[in-house]
Design a binder for this molecule. Structure first.
Ligand code: ATP
Ligand code: MG
Length: 425
């Protein structure tokens, strides 16, 4: 036998048994974003490498070590997108969607990062993101958070997630703070691990979200970013909290949330769960007022988030909320006797014409009655339609209830449209 070819490590198939829960999640997401008036945007999966280097930042985990970058046949450096925000801004600038306008957009699709695969962390994974443009006021920061909160409710996981909120201030405030932070870190360099020592020089804010316990203990005494906030930042942040309070959305302030990407300012947030082990963040986002200009557009304020769908699916599975998803087949039709095949197709097509909301599977591949009934059972259908020679002569078919215990019934083909739906009431 020829050697089997396997999928790339960290890139998963979603098998037919798993797709119903994905479809349920996707449909709740579509419903939720529509209920806030957001429009879908679809971007290519491959972009110019510059786009991500310039937006995400050279000294971030993503750009330093996680991107799938390759030269195409023209020698251009391309990258499989590791996230959606940069592409969305690129598309918005390219098509004139952003300048002097208010936009609320969302996207769904695969993202690619070369990370060590483990539970909740893959090399191809899926994100839903929303990105809003043209609104500088804190109401929109609160709206995107409320939208995500509504989705957790719709999924039934709101008790299992916590909203962590922070403000990163303006560029000037952050720069003033960074200087003080670096002074503090340098004074305690002997207590830093290698990773933090490196970050202290390249991207000092990232030391704040170090996973090292010693570093975390040291940071208790470090200067705080919030002490560097001017009035505008403080007011903006207070207003976001006031909107959340009024909507009854609970949160905790976590000053250690800095986000891995360079482009955030002011409000940042993460939705975190303890039911997934260390891959606990299911949604993260914030304000990124500088990015549109940084990517060549006119300065435009922006707020958004991205959520990881695999982690949400894992949560639904862990909490056993993946539930009762309907099967793929309602009715399974089988053939008995000679010369029923052509008429059988006709009956199945008639049902599909008249009752398009029912899922009608017609038996293909021949076989005796017993084999066909086995297939009908295996399909999960509620009803078998038996199309036999004698029935066809009188223009009837037989309906057999496979799930309940209604009597087997022979009915006129003409009345199928009335009778069949009663099995699915
Ligand atoms: P982490 O700290 O877990 O690496 P991140 O900060 O890199 O996350 P973002 O870039 O903010 O993540 O992406 C938003 C969301 O996308 C994450 O909260 C997570 O739910 C999901 N996500 C990120 N990377 C992966 C991955 N490799 N596999 C699965 N989901 C992921
Ligand atoms: Mg990451």
């Amino acid at each position: 036998m020829a050697k089997k070819i396997q999928a790339i490590r960290g890139m998963n198939d979603t098998l037919p048994e798993q797709t119903p829960v994905w479809q349920k999640l996707e449909s709740l997401i579509r419903q939720t974003v529509s209920s806030y008036g957001y429009s879908e945007i679809r971007m290519p999966i491959v972009e110019s490498t510059h786009l991500f280097k310039r937006s995400i930042g050279e000294v971030t985990d993503i750009v330093e070590k996680e991107m799938y970058t390759f030269d195409d046949r023209n020698g251009d450096s391309l990258t499989l997108r590791p996230e959606g925000t940069a592409s969305c801004v690129r598309a918005g600038n390219e098509h004139g969607l952003l300048y002097n306008q208010e936009r609320r957009m969302w996207y769904i699709g695969p993202m690619f990062r070369h990370e060590r695969p483990q539970k909740g962390r893959y090399r191809q994974f899926h994100q839903v993101g929303i990105e809003t443009f043209g609104m500088a006021t804190p109401d929109i920061d609160a709206e995107v958070i409320l939208l995500s909160a509504r989705l957790w409710k719709a999924l039934g996981i709101e008790q299992h997630v916590e909203l962590q909120l922070n403000s990163l201030g303006s560029n000037e405030e952050r720069n003033a703070y960074k200087e003080k932070l670096v002074e503090f870190l340098q004074a305690h360099e002997d207590q830093l691990d290698e990773d933090s020592k490196r970050r202290m020089l390249t991207n000092p804010l990232r030391v704040l979200d170090s996973k090292n316990e010693g570093v975390q203990a040291l940071l208790e005494n470090a200067p705080k970013l919030s002490d560097y906030f001017g009035d505008e930042t403080a007011e903006h942040f207070a207003k976001v909290q006031a909107y959340l309070d009024a909507a009854g959305v609970k949160y905790v302030i976590n000053e250690r949330i800095v986000r891995g990407l360079d482009y955030y300012n002011r409000t940042v947030f993460e939705w975190v769960t303890s039911s997934l082990g260390s891959q606990g963040t299911i949604c993260a986002g914030g304000r990124y007022d500088g990015l549109v200009e940084q990517l060549g557009g006119k300065a435009t304020p922006a707020v958004g988030f991205a959520m990881g769908l695999e982690r949400i699916i894992l949560m639904l599975e862990t909490l056993e909320l993946n539930g009762d998803v309907k099967g793929d087949v309602d009715i399974y039709s089988i053939l008995v006797g000679e010369n029923t095949d052509v008429a059988g197709f006709k009956v199945a097509e008639l049902v599909r014409d008249q009752l398009p909301h029912l899922k009608m599977m017609h038996h293909c591949g021949a076989g005796n009655f017993k084999k066909q009934m086995k297939r009908a059972d295996k399909s999960g259908a509620s009803v078998a339609l038996i199309i036999g020679e004698s029935e066809l002569e009188d223009g009837t078919v037989t309906i057999k209830d496979l799930q309940g215990n209604a009597e087997q019934k022979t009915v006129a083909i003409d009345s199928l449209v009335q009778v069949l739906p009663t099995y699915f009431a």
